[in-house]
Design a binder for this molecule. Sequence first.
Ligand code: NAP
Ligand code: G4F
Length: 336
Amino acid sequence: MKRALITGITGQDGAYLAKHLLNEGYDVYGAARRNSNYNTERLQILGIEKDIKIKEFELLEETNIRNVVESVNPDEVYNLGAQSFVGASFDTPLYTAEVTGLGTLRVLEAIRTISPKTKFYQASSSEMFGKVMETPQNEETPFYPRSPYGVAKVYSHFITMNYRESYDIFGCCGILFNHESPLRGNEFVTKKISKAIARIKKGKQDQLVLGNLEAKRDWGFAGDYVEAMHLMLQAKNPDDYVVSTGETHSVREFVEVTLNHAGINFEWSGEGVDTVAIDKDSGKEIVVCSKEFYRPAEVDLLLGDCSKATEKLGWKPKTKFESLAEMMINYELTLN
Ligand code: NAP
Ligand code: G4F
């Protein structure tokens, strides 16, 4: 039985990956921060909480990381732990660099010195492409990050490559484009939209306040993307791969599809930060924009080319944009 250690087990991807690895017959250890309690809500929702062995883990604590790697002695480490919210990284750039950047180095150093045969997956991000140098983006596209988070991820990406080239560590970077699900964190735009629109539909909330509606993302389903993470570590040689759907849609389109699925008749009015969506039945402004949610520097367009992952790993996205938005709003509508 293979042993996997997942950092960030309590996050969206950690939960889906843990479920996938359990289905593949793995012994799964979850590395999690303990506050007063472990945040195991997502593992509970997927019905796998009791199947995961939780290890207390903090990406800022080198000794703690070394102890966890030594005691688990994993065949595979998936490093998903990070301060992953781009917006927050502008307010906490040093903390983000420590956790999302140097945290990766701490894990790699533990592997290099304690268990160098352990395979390592790094959660790289399309946010590294930032102000994109070409479209679509692939593994050869140069990086131009636009946020402290993106810069920290570029550091983690290159330090993983460096440990592969310097010390023969089996390290792979998955350059994943945005991926969403009903388990997405509440602050990310797709979850914020689906949650708020469900609440507006039920009469529990009046308005949804958003930032830049024109940003475009290549949005896929997290459940599909964790399969690619696992496949990377099963390949003969370590390498880096883009994981994406090959479609791009704006935040505005995500709002439109979600309102349509919720059965709300609406029309847009205004431009830029003055844009509003009006409920045609009630005449109320149900979506408005505010500068509060604009970022100091924006990533305007992301569109990935995952042909390398398809050719070398046999991975393809299964869930299209419309189905993803439908899955998310349906989930929210069924909640109380
Ligand atoms: P997420 O839901 O925000 O999960 C992040 C995880 O990291 C949580 O389990 C969190 O624990 C943990 N964490 C945060 N700070 C930590 C620390 N100091 N020490 C230990 N653990 C810490 O993120 P996600 O969407 O699942 O993404 C997983 C990874 O993929 C992240 O590295 C993210 O940057 C990257 N990524 C995500 C996407 C995407 O679209 N989802 C795309 C590309 C790359 P708590 O529960 O205790 O907060
Ligand atoms: O959902 P978001 O916060 O995701 P973002 O910034 O693209 O980052 C996510 O994807 C990355 C992969 O490219 C990951 F690495 C990262 O960890 C994270 O998972 O924002 C998406 C877009 C942005 O352009 C943002 O400006 O939506 C725009 N937006 C407009 N209004 C908003 C809002 N974003 C948020 N979070 N909240 C708003 O009200």
